[in-house]
Ligand binder design. Structure first.
Ligand code: ADP
Ligand code: MG
Ligand code: MG
Length: 904
């Protein structure tokens, strides 16, 4: 029989930190903390397997569950000396969700389960604190009605607000009417009356009574936590984070401890090191006389944990270090224990009940990329972790954030400051302000840079937060929802900019006498927490010596090369700075787009529209010096390093002249009339240009086109050799599917090679001849392709397109549906499809090596900069990956980590 329940607590603990898949992260770590002897209130975890069984049975508990829950509960009762539902000594529990990996705020937790008319008087008598009991009760009512009675039942509120907001409004009205500033000011009588009115409201609003039976409350809560796994927010979060639906959530049922029992009680959240900077100091926030969520929800400005945590928003408030020094010392001790045990920064939740400290959660803390870098290097120096662990601590994807722009300090000096808040997510960003998540999503879709401005964020804002370039809130501390989420994503974010008054309804933001409307532009410096008017310039954050050193160490572990895709000398130079070891893809077409492209483009058009070989040859002769010069410039920058030059692969229809003026010019140049130009242009139209007359096929029809390019490559190299340089060109033939295409092309190359050697009086020019593998057929006959090809470069963009039969240019209309329906886990153009495209690569590698054991193998699609794909390339035995210049560091780190992982 499947075991569903695992206990944890001071007396006996079944699980441990390694059991995250079964117990969820929260449950596994609660068990681990209990094992370490830390003060964890006793409880038990219902496994993720049970969650899956629950869904399999169409939302019914597996048969033995309820009785097993009651048995486990009895063991908590015995330890606590209290009984669930007992009128004199009632035990209350929390019912907490917890998936394998943390999904902050995505799923549900219900506190104070077990309070009812039978248990309230007993708890009040026992604690002598009636206020506390009713505060706990009203929280239970609010959470329970929202999570269990409304969301889990999929009730769609008619007023669009939902029960929770209705109840919150009732509470706010009460506070306003009676002039209560904080929740804690509400009198016992009022709190009690409020609970009654809450229940009445629920009965009217949801047509159901709030359950007064503890056991019904508990089983209802457990089911609702399971259901929250399939709630709208949780599902959309999983899509963004690529978390499989099949993981399920665990449920933790745990004896309640109370931070809201008066002034010797408190609750808090802390990080064992600073999650924004990585500094080695204890960092956190707490509130006196409060329960669980209060700190995170930004209900009151939380107090700083200690000196190090004081900032402009909270420095007037007492720290835990000052207010409760003994408890702080105890917590500090736990902090050290946790760090040396987990050897990583932990994010913890604690509660103090009348002077006794309890630990309620720990997990590896989210951090900014900069913090991750600093912590990893510090912990290595402290001897806490070894070198390979250090290298694996930095998520390659997060480098993006570190290499990404900061506000230009020169412009910042003279910029107009609008407001100041807490620096919750680093880096800089500018954008048009919007006030709702929906607007953020809408505007971002049209390509706008937006900043999402909110009073505070909540999990419902998640998609808007994702779409925004930055997030700005008026309320909340460093551990607020906005801060946690932004840090997780490495997004620029400022929270708690209290001077801002936000009128979301009329889409306005007011600071002092100034008003900003939707669409106005602001710039955020998320590293300092300052908001500026208008758009400021951004700057690269590359020159970080610590980062350079880290990458140097990582490079020592890497076995695969990293090159770049670059079409210009400028890109090539940038990539060198980022550590590229050559070019994996140089596209000649580029010279027909960007700056100074008028003349070459004109000549290319002339060539394309030529009818006879003579006409074409004239155009090619004129084009030759341009092509040669472009290639020479880039080869010069990449001196001594390999440069893969792809032969022309132009989508012809894109280059055909469209306007009458350009058509006229060509007509004149070719000595034909306008009609004829238009006619020839029309003949070039193809129904499927993507699989039309392109790549090697062009050179089969017009060998002189290949000849011109190869001559340009060898001549450029020869001239550079003459200048004492060491060019290493690699000629790459695109869009091949047949070995004879290669032998055909190779003959042209051989003739050109001898020609250039003779002209320049050289003995040899080092070069390689090879092909892209981007058509499945080519992969399957790689053994034949390798007869002439000295290297393969996997063009995984086209290889993906042709393997899936998905047009790269048209996936926009259906890819989201594929992701939403979980038909695909991710967009195969972003993350390499290892199953099929990967198989083709593996087959090509194996067959290619049969013919040519020392064949060089690379990848030049977008995937070359995606960490998972890089790891795959390492495993597949590729020689190098190639990616855009800014992704070079990401690929370097991902390749180092792949090598480390391979060695165990
Ligand atoms: P989340 O995953 O959203 O953080 P949690 O399950 O951690 O949800 O619970 C929400 C809040 O309630 C946290 O602040 C937590 O510390 C608090 N909490 C949960 N269980 C208990 C308990 N048994 N006693 C006191 N506080 C609790
Ligand atoms: Mg929560
Ligand atoms: Mg928590």
């Amino acid at each position: 029989m499947t075991r569903y329940i695992y206990e944890f607590g001071p007396r006996s603990t079944d699980g441990d930190a390694s059991m995250k898949n079964l117990l969820g992260g929260k449950g596994a770590n609660l068990a681990e903390m209990a094992r370490l002897g830390l003060p964890v209130p006793p409880g038990f975890t219902i496994s993720t397997e049970c969650c899956n069984d629950y869904f399999e049975r169409g939302g019914c508990f597996p048969d033995p569950l309820e009785s097993e829950v009651m048995t486990a509960l009895a063991r908590i009762e015995a330890q606590m000396g209290m009984r669930f539902g007992d009128p004199e000594a009632p035990l209350l529990v929390s019912c907490r969700s917890g998936a394998r990996s943390s999904m902050p705020g995505m799923m549900e937790t219900i506190l104070n389960v077990g309070l009812c008319s039978k248990t309230i008087p007993g708890l009040a008598a026992r604690t002598g604190n009636e206020w506390f009991v009713y505060d706990a009760y009203r929280r239970l009512i609010m959470m329970y009605s929202d999570v269990v009675m409304e969301k889990a039942e999929q009730v769609v509120p008619e007023d669009g607000m939902g029960i929770r907001l209705n109840l919150e409004m009732m509470m706010n009205n009460l506070k306003n009417d009676k002039g209560y500033e904080h929740d804690t000011d509400i009198s016992v009588q009022d709190m009690r009356a409020l609970c009654d009115r809450f229940k009445k409201k629920i009965s009217e609003y949801l047509n159901k009574e709030f359950p007064d039976d503890p056991r019904e409350q508990l089983m209802g809560a457990i089911g609702a936590v399971f259901k929250s796994w399939n709630g709208k927010r949780a599902v959309s979060y999983r899509r963004i984070e690529h978390i499989p639906d099949a993981w399920g959530t665990a449920v933790n049922v745990q004896a309640m401890v109370f931070g809201n029992m008066g002034n010797t009680s408190a609750t808090g959240v802390a990080f064992t090191r600073d999650p924004a900077t990585g500094k080695n100091h204890f960092f956190g926030e707490w509130l006196v006389n409060a329960q669980g969520e209060d700190v995170v929800a930004g209900i009151r400005t939380p107090n700083p944990l200690n000196k190090e945590t004081k900032n402009m928003q909270n420095r007037h408030l007492p720290s835990l270090e000052e207010a409760m020094p003994e408890l702080y010392a105890q917590l500090y001790d736990i902090r050290n224990k946790l760090e040396s045990h987990y050897r990583d920064m932990q994010d913890i939740e604690f509660t103090i009940q009348e002077g006794t400290l309890y630990m309620l959660q720990c997990r590896v803390g989210k951090r900014t990329a900069t913090a991750a870098l600093n912590m990893a290097m510090d912990m290595f120096e402290e001897g806490l972790i070894d070198e390979t662990t250090m290298i694996c601590r930095l998520n390659p994807k997060s480098l993006d954030e570190m290499l990404h722009p900061i506000v230009d300090p020169v412009e910042e000096k003279i910029a107009v400051q609008v407001a100041e808040g807490l620096p919750a997510g680093p880096g800089g960003a500018w954008g048009k302000i919007v006030f709702t998540a929906e607007d953020a999503v809408q505007m971002a879709k049209t390509g706008e840079n937006v900043i999402l401005v909110r009073e505070e964020t909540n999990p419902e804002d998640i998609e808007g937060m994702r779409a925004a370039a930055a997030i700005l809130t008026a309320r909340g501390g460093m551990t607020s929802h906005a801060a946690l989420v932004a840090r997780g994503w490495g997004k620029c974010c400022i929270v708690g900019a209290g001077a801002m008054k936000i009128h979301a309804r009329n889409r306005q933001l007011q600071v002092g006498t100034r008003t900003f409307k939707q669409g106005d532009i602001l710039t955020l410096n998320g590293t300092r927490g300052i908001v500026y008017e208008g758009r400021l310039k951004m700057k690269d954050a590359l020159e970080n010596p610590k980062f350079q050193k880290f990458m140097e160490i990582a490079d020592r572990h890497r076995t695969m090369g990293v090159r770049t895709n670059a079409d210009t000398p400028e890109d090539a130079a940038t990539a060198l700075k980022f550590g590229a070891q050559g070019i994996g893809l140089f596209r000649t077409e580029h010279m027909f787009y960007g700056a100074d492209s008028d003349r070459p483009l004109f000549l290319l058009r002339k060539m394309i529209l030529s009818k006879s070989t003579e006409e074409r040859q004239t155009a090619l002769d004129e084009l030759f010096p341009f092509v040669k010069q472009e290639i020479k410039n880039t080869l010069a920058v990449m001196d001594n390093l390999p440069v893969t030059l792809r032969l022309l692969d132009p989508p012809l229809h894109e280059f055909v002249p469209q306007t009458e003026a350009t058509q006229g010019e060509i007509a004149k140049a070719l000595g034909i009339d306008l009609e004829e130009v238009i006619k020839r242009s029309q003949m070039l139209k193809e129904s499927n240009p993507m699989i039309g007359h392109r790549g090697v096929r062009l050179g089969i029809t017009f060998p002189e086109v290949t000849r011109m390019q190869v001559m340009a490559i060898f001549s450029a190299a020869a001239e550079l050799i003459g200048d004492g340089k060491h060019p290493r060109p690699e000629i790459m033939v695109p869009v091949t599917c047949n070995e004879k295409e290669l032998s055909f092309t190779k003959k042209i190359v051989d003739v050109c090679y001898r020609d250039v050697l003779e002209t320049h009086n050289l003995e040899r020019i080092p070069y390689l001849f090879g092909t892209m593998i981007e058509i499945p057929r080519a992969a399957l006959i790689a053994d034949k392709m390798a007869e002439d090809a000295q290297f393969f470069s996997f063009g995984t963009n086209d290889l993906t397109q042709m393997t899936f039969g998905f047009s790269r240019d048209d996936i926009g209309s259906f890819m989201n549906d594929y992701i939403d329906h979980a038909i695909l886990d991710s967009d195969p153009f972003e993350t390499l499809d290892q199953e099929a495209v990967g198989s083709l690569i593996e087959i090509a590698v194996e067959r290619g090596r049969q013919t040519r054991p020392d064949i060089k193998l690379g990848i030049c699609g977008e995937h070359g900069g995606d960490p998972d794909s890089v790891a795959f390339c390492h495993r597949a035995g590729l020689t190098y990956v190639s990616c855009s210049p800014y992704r070079v560091p990401i690929a370097r780190l991902a390749a180092a980590q792949a090598a480390i992982q391979e060695n165990g």
